[in-house]
Design a protein around this ligand. Sequence first.
Ligand code: CTP
Length: 392
Amino acid sequence: MSRILLIVGGGIAAYKACELIRGLRAAGHEVRCVLTDGGAHFVTAMTLAALSENKVHTTLWDLKDEAEMGHIRLSREADLVVVCPATADLIARMAGGLANDLATTLLLATDKPVLIAPAMNVRMWLHPATQRNVAQLRGDGVVVMEPDKGAMACGEFGPGRLPDVSTIVARITSALAPAVRSLEGRHIVVTAGPTHEPIDPVRYIANRSSGKQGFAIAAALARRGARVTLVAGPVDLPTPPNVIRQDVQTAEEMSKAVADALPADAAVMVAAVADWRVEDIAPQKLKKGEDAPAPLRLARNVDILATLAHDPHRPRLLIGFAAETERVLDHAQAKRQRKGADWIVANDVSGDVMGGDANAVHLVTAEGVESWERLPKTAVAERLADRIADAL
Ligand code: CTP
């Protein structure tokens, strides 16, 4: 368990700090919160106190706290200081070394690593002053997460959105990297995301896989010291630290990238590979026509997992995923045998798993079935990585 000091700044994304507290606690961390004056316009101290089950600190001018040098103690007792959301103003004050409220005072007083997740209007983020301040903070050793691109609360579009809470949890977990390098010297191949099977130059067959679970597993393995080759289908996710990433589009490309990555001690096949590809990809955009027959003729894609199971270089531990919407365990058991995998991680994807941040999985092995409680995908990844380390 690590202790995280979370500073909540004053922006519309402050409400996501509430979700972040839950994610961090689910991952086993203790969270203490500091709420800035600005932040208090968006969320209440009561909400943060209830979610963190800890006292929330709001002012430098608390006689009782300061009699015990509260701001020094707060900043020193944490393993990591996180600012989320980090507003343009807070970033500027940090970069300038100001100490004019509790948040900036303890940011100046801390001797612990600091990670910030900026969120603000796109023009404020791209403003040379903010970019200068961010560069200054990075130079000072602060981990500054890149904001996401997308539609903003203010109606504009571009970089400035707070990254997904699961991405922030993953970065925090990696900043708190466990000292245990239980997978040092191992090479592990991970596949993740969907595949895109082209129909013509502008269309493709795909599925709803976001790649989040596979990326979280790659990150968790790398943190334990493994050399990780992550073969990723088309997803919009940052490469986890210390992971070698191969981007691919189609199942065929994914299959080749996996074969090229061998030998490996283990392979974790998380990708939602399309079972079918279009036999004759049209060189030009297909036209509807009035009486034209439905234009697609499909051919079976190679099963990467089953192929790997029979490869002379088969990894010692071969793990498949099974996304099912009914009779989850029956299908998973059958899939384990049919595909020749050692383990199958089975999940019920009839709810909001695909694209979501949580997952309830069953680990199906030759010994039987273990059902895990619903966990953030990052926590599933951590637990699976520990099991892999035990098995190797
Ligand atoms: N998989 C693969 N190559 C494929 C299809 C699937 O490597 N062409 C892997 C996936 O990465 C996953 C596992 O096989 O680890 C299960 O995939 P899934 O699509 O659930 O299984 P299917 O064989 O397609 O079975 P079904 O369609 O009956 O669910």
